[in-house]
Ligand binder design. Structure first.
Ligand code: MN
Length: 257
């Protein structure tokens, strides 16, 4: 991260390879100067994501195996392991115990356990983690398999309780907040309760919308603005805190952005 150029914000979880034109989506994030972590859902997508973001200034790719895809793609875990040395950022990974994916929960746990163990072995990785209807299990696995000094977890689109959030904070987790979370009373309560020092912003584009269009890194200002309104503070203060937080997170893992 550079201090000499003003940044357009931080989008710590989006899926640029799911937009109709991947390369144009990267170019728009670069033009908007938004520090962007573009996650992958399958290790097969890694080589192209990695290639297109190796020399970009603001966009980095994360190596993932999405829990919602584990039912069909658990066998790609070997590929994920093969690419791991090339990746500083990991995601989207985690667990999804929603009704549609419950059947693969055992397989998801095996995959996620391996992901955490390999990240712990390597050290210095930053993970963006999905935890839909599975927050206690996700936290328990992080506690067991990824010691705090071996990697940092960012909980993406967290929907757990305040007590679960406190447990995650004790484990050193950060939270990447998107605009959809600011639209529910429950999300607002969580956002107000979290320490500002652990909050990052994300869009999870194209899965959220801003002004009726799929969100993308350039629209992450809407998230900072909504967090500021929820916490009754200024957008500038939120944006600068998020920047400070990302820097602290990167320094803690000796990772460059
Ligand atoms: Mn996502």
């Amino acid at each position: 991260m550079r201090d000499d150029v003003p940044s357009g914000g931080i989008d710590f979880h989006c899926h640029l390879d799911l937009y109709p034109d991947f390369e144009a989506a990267i170019a728009r994030a670069e033009a908007a100067r938004v520090y962007t972590l573009t996650v992958t859902t399958t290790p097969k997508a890694w080589p192209r994501n990695h290639e297109l973001t190796r020399h970009t200034r603001y966009v980095r790719a994360a190596l993932g195996l999405h829990p919602q895809l584990v039912a069909e793609r658990a066998h790609e875990l070997v590929l994920w392991e093969r690419y791991l040395p090339e990746a500083s950022f990991i995601g989207e990974v985690g667990l999804d115990a929603g009704p549609q994916f419950y059947k693969s929960l055992d397989a998801q746990k095996q995959v996620f356990r391996t992901v955490l163990e390999r990240c712990s072995d390597s050290g210095g990785k930053v993970l963006t983690v999905h935890s839909v209807r599975a927050v206690p299990m996700v936290l328990e696995m992080i506690e067991r398999h990824l010691p705090q000094d071996r990697g940092i977890v960012v909980l993406h689109w967290f929907t757990g309780t305040k007590a679960e959030a406190r447990r995650a904070l004790m484990l050193g987790c950060y939270f990447s907040v998107n605009v959809e979370m600011t639209r529910s009373a429950r999300g607002q309560a969580l956002i107000s309760d979290l320490p500002l020092s652990r909050i990052l912003t994300e869009t999870d584009g194209p899965f959220t919308r801003v002004d009726g269009l799929p969100a993308e890194p350039a629209s992450v200002g809407a998230t900072a603005n909504a967090i500021a309104r929820t916490r009754r503070t200024s957008e500038d203060l939120v944006a600068s805190a998020v920047r400070t937080n990302l820097r602290a997170l990167l320094d803690g893992t000796f990772t460059e952005f």
